[in-house]
Write a protein that binds this ligand. Structure first.
Ligand SMILES: *Cc1c(COP(=O)(O)O)cnc(C)c1O
Length: 384
């Protein structure tokens, strides 16, 4: 058999409690989902505002398909760049408070293309050790020298910047850390950029739509703005659809259009998606009530679980991880919840560091107070 070795590696992975399997959803993304025949109360999507199944977005997607057809048919630089994509980019730039924005098919591709277009051999990328995998892959692919600093350790980062060579310097960070829920100290990072003439790529996959005035994201949350900041956010999480964008100075965006390989060498996403995202951006902007409800649920969960022996990690965002440690124990807890009709994914290495397996609880404005109360109740039952 030509795949004996692959199978042996998979068996080893399973024995370590690291095997990944997919669950097949029957209907739309929502707090109450159906997997197989069974209903579950789910706390694991990134649909933070509950827009993924919003009737206005569904209608905009349908209307976009009627107007622009199903597929874009070509890359953006050939004949695939439609007026829907173009309008969305202008709206995103205005929303982010930047001169220009560029739409990518996914956040993964946005990070890959942006880092690779901006730095190369002789340059240095400085990266938080807990950054998202897409930023890690991006910096390795760029061929720049890579310096990783301990999570949010500004003193170590300052030291590394001090020692850096003469090439370009790019700091890359999750703005809200995807598996931890805490924030990067963006004002301090910006100050270091200014001191060392560096650029900052802030990946706001989990802050966009959720944090800051009108959901403008982590930069707005901290009240900072600078041409040195290259802002990236994804559109498949709080925005409820799909895709990602980079917002920055015009020179950065023009560089990406010319050099970001994951932008240039791929077919544009269907214009109907851009049409839906234009609608989504309006809902995000008008979503103060959703964000207020989400904040209340976060406080409810943290208060409700404060007396558990297993602690929630320190986080003020919709990502509320319950630290378990051991892979098998994390899986067992996830399984026990599932038996009681609650769906929370166990996150294990290499997604998180060894020994820090956790239940990544995520809240959405689509959850009700009763939903969160039920999770609190069941986690207490299981702690007995
Ligand atoms: C989800 C995520 C991405 C990737 O975005 P996709 O659009 O899902 O490809 C990038 N960065 C972070 C921090 C993320 O959480």
């Amino acid at each position: 058999m030509p795949y004996t070795e692959l199978q042996r590696e998979l068996d080893e992975r399973a024995a370590l409690g690291l095997m990944r399997r997919r669950q097949v959803l029957q209907g739309p993304q929502a707090p109450h989902i159906v997997i197989g025949e069974k209903p579950y109360l789910a706390f694991c999507s990134n649909d933070y505002l509950g827009l993924a199944n919003h009737p206005q977005l569904v209608a905009a997607l349908q209307q976009g398909a009627a107007q622009y057809g199903a597929g874009a048919g070509a890359a953006h630089l050939v004949s695939g760049h439609s007026v829907a994509h173009h309008q969305l980019e202008q709206a995103l730039a205005a929303f982010a408070g930047k001169p220009a924005a560029l739409l990518f098919s996914t956040g993964y591709m946005a990070n890959l293309g942006t880092v690779q277009a901006l730095v190369g051999k002789g340059d240095t990328v400085f990266a938080d050790k807990l950054n998202h995998a897409s930023l890690n892959d991006a910096m390795l692919l760029s061929r720049a020298t890579v310096k990783r600093y301990r999570h949010n350790d500004m003193a170590q980062l300052a030291q590394l910047l001090e020692q850096a060579g003469s090439g370009r310097k790019l700091i890359v960070t999750d703005a809200v850390f995807s598996m931890d829920g805490d924030l990067a100290p963006l004002p301090e990072l910006l100050a270091l950029c200014e001191r060392h003439d560096a650029w900052l790529l802030a990946d706001d996959a989990h802050g966009f739509g959720v944090l800051g005035e009108r959901g403008r994201g982590s930069l707005a949350h901290f009240g900072i703005t600078s041409p040195r900041i290259i802002y990236m956010a994804t559109l498949g999480k709080a925005a409820g659809v799909s895709g990602a964008f980079v917002a920055a100075e015009q020179a950065v965006i023009d560089t990406l259009i010319n050099h970001a390989r994951s932008y240039v060498y791929t077919t544009a996403t269907p214009p109907a998606l851009a049409n839906a995202l234009l609608e989504s951006l309006k809902l995000v902007e008008q979503g103060d009530a959703l964000r207020e409800h989400l904040r209340k649920l976060i406080a409810q969960l943290r208060n409700g679980l404060a007396d558990l022996p297993r602690k929630l990690m320190p986080s003020a965002t919709a990502i509320q991880p319950l630290l378990v440690g051991d892979n098998h124990a994390a899986l067992a807890l996830s399984e026990a919840l599932r038996k009681r009709g609650i769906w929370v994914a166990a996150i294990r290495p290499p997604t998180v560091p060894q020994g820090t397996a956790r239940l990544r609880i995520t809240l959405s404005a689509a959850h009700s107070v009763d939903d969160v109360a039920r999770l609190i109740e069941v986690l207490h039952e299981l702690a007995q």
